[in-house]
Design a protein around this ligand. Sequence first.
Ligand SMILES: [Zn+2]
Length: 199
Amino acid sequence: MEGEQIILSSDTEALVLTSKRVRYSSTAFGNASLVSITLDAVASCGFITKSNPIALVVAAILFVLAIVERGQIQLLLVIFAILCVVAFVLTRRAVLSISSNGGHSIVVPANGMSSDVLTRFIDTLENQKMGEAGVVASMPIPNDIVERSQIPMPEFDMPRCPQCRAADPVLIETEPSNKWLCESCRHEWNETAVADAEG
Ligand SMILES: [Zn+2]
């Protein structure tokens, strides 16, 4: 793509983040696959743990059976239950998951990558997406929105002096909150302090 730059790539370079898209190529079980998601289509990105809960359920059932059984069968059931728990732990894996609006998703086994690289990847991807949003924000505003913004807004409700109830105070400060000065009695007050006292 024109003007495309590689920002980050994983150690094996299977996962590549460019200024325009995320690309992941993998060869698993002899099948080569290449998934590419443009940055504007990235819906979510996260670091998740995938596990196989069925192994745990089986282990629980075996344990329950072991309680009612006696002798060698009981021993075997306990051994199988423990094996199921071990299988659950071993098959559990951390993955980096990036999904697109179109339904495609990139799932990268994280065991080949350090958590540092993964965190950096997610951060960079987010920043890139923010960058895209920034571009949208700096684009010229469409005419219909400009016209709509010219429709008169309901008038801002000016506060009254809490001391003498005179209207039209002068705004003398806006940081950290609005500070008003009453021109009739020279009273000064903070908007939030009054709002807190009243509310
Ligand atoms: Zn006043």
